[in-house]
Write a protein that binds this ligand. Structure first.
Ligand code: NDP
Length: 367
């Protein structure tokens, strides 16, 4: 077999391509989809969208190929910076047309929280895979609609739970599952920062759907679940508000909450927009403990157990996340800690219960 034929066969081109002149064949290859690369459009070119875009430059499996934005000036800058063609740029009115664009596989929704559900469902209806930021939606009812829409459309729904791929987190989880801490009966999660600008969308109930719990407290909810490896069966919660002007009705400033698990384990957590230096997970079992601080920030994460420090190379979380999400979507890989819509929904069920417990003062049963 001549070398051109071998080359074409390795490139996976058809008999038709073999009958074309070499120049046309190479052009056909150019436009051919690389099944190993997830071609992603980012929706919402804000602070976190910028971070994800930068991180994707170093991803081996995901490539930024498209944009959805309401701000033309940002689109111009991003187009230049990342070499995005005009035909892959959309706004919030016309992005349904993405269904006619064979060069985009997935849309990463990185908008304010209340837009996650409507935009994710439109992306699914356009036949593209959905990657959605946390919190996946404003409540469990919305989350269920998203899961159903993606199922109907036959597309993946993944949530931007970057910690699920972080090396030290995964090692603590591995040790917990292997019983190295004995029976784990206590988890503490502290999640908070002092929020600035009172006019930002995070303090606007319509766009945020709540306050610190939706934004940062959800890390402690999610962390309790993956660190203990169980689903809670009850929740209690208490609210503290020191600044009712900044934190209006429905926008929580500080919530302490507790969760009980089938094994008898309990979690004691804090979610706040009123204190800095709160990014800590502590897991205690009958034979040992694990502590992580910082536990969910951009890193490097620090983690240690009763046996000593956990060492692992720091890799930009969003780079690993996009590599792994490409493997989930393109290769059917199953992550150790799930990142699918069902996982996002589990957190939302707990968020709903926390708000209910906080308002009623009651212990809310989940099972
Ligand atoms: P930003 O305000 O920085 O960016 C949000 C972007 O959404 C805006 O820049 C805008 O982009 C677009 N947008 C569309 N509609 C609106 C609207 N009505 N009001 C404001 N912006 C709008 O927010 P973040 O990037 O910090 O957060 C976005 C999402 O990412 C949130 O859900 C947040 O929880 C999540 N997040 C996740 C993190 C993680 O570690 N996983 C960390 C930080 C945030 P454009 O102008 O292009 O339309």
């Amino acid at each position: 077999m001549n070398s051109r034929r071998i080359f074409l066969r390795r490139a996976g081109l058809s008999g038709l391509a073999l009958s074309l002149p070499l120049s046309q064949t190479l052009a056909a290859m150019e436009s051919q989809k690389d099944d190993k690369i997830l071609r992603v459009a980012i929706m919402g070119l804000g602070s976190y969208g910028s971070r994800v875009a930068e991180a994707m430059v170093n991803s081996k499996r995901a490539k930024l190929v498209g944009l959805v934005s309401g701000t033309p000036s940002k689109v111009e800058t991003w187009k230049q910076k990342y070499g995005i063609p005009d035909k892959n740029c959309y706004n919030y009115e016309n992005f349904d047309q993405i269904k006619n664009n064979p060069d985009i596989d997935a849309v990463y929704v990185i908008t304010p929280n209340s837009l996650h559900k409507p935009y994710s469902i439109r992306v699914a209806k356009a036949g593209k895979h959905v990657i959605c930021e946390k919190p996946m939606a404003l409540n469990a009812a919305e989350g269920r609609e998203m899961v159903a829409a993606c199922k109907t459309a036959g597309v993946h729904l993944l949530v931007g739970y970057r910690m699920h791929f972080e090396a030290k987190t995964m090692e603590v989880v591995r040790q917990q599952r292997a019983g190295e801490f004995g029976k784990t009966l206590f988890f503490q999660g502290l999640s908070g920062f002092i929020i600035g600008d009172p006019t930002q969308w995070r303090l606007n109930y319509e766009l945020a759907g709540g306050g610190s719990m939706m934004d940062i407290g959800i890390y402690s909810i999610n962390g309790a679940r993956y660190m203990l490896g169980e689903e809670p069966i009850w929740v209690t919660a208490q609210e503290v508000k020191t600044d009712p002007v900044k934190f209006k009705e429905g926008v929580d400033e500080t919530i302490t909450f507790q969760m009980g698990f089938p094994s008898g384990a309990v979690a004691s957590c804090l979610s706040t927009y009123a204190l800095n230096n709160l990014d800590k997970f502590y897991l205690n079992g009958t034979k040992g403990f694990a502590e992580m601080q910082p536990s969910t920030g951009y890193g490097p994460i620090k983690a240690w157990t009763n046996k000593g420090p956990i060492e692992a190379e720091h890799v930009t979380h969003q780079t690993t996340q996009m590599d792994e999400m490409a493997a989930i979507i393109l290769d059917g890989k199953k992550p150790m800690i799930p990142v699918d819509g069902e996982e996002g929904l589990k957190d939302l069920v707990i968020v709903d219960a926390i708000y209910e417990a906080m308002k009623t003062g009651k212990k809310i049963k989940l099972a």
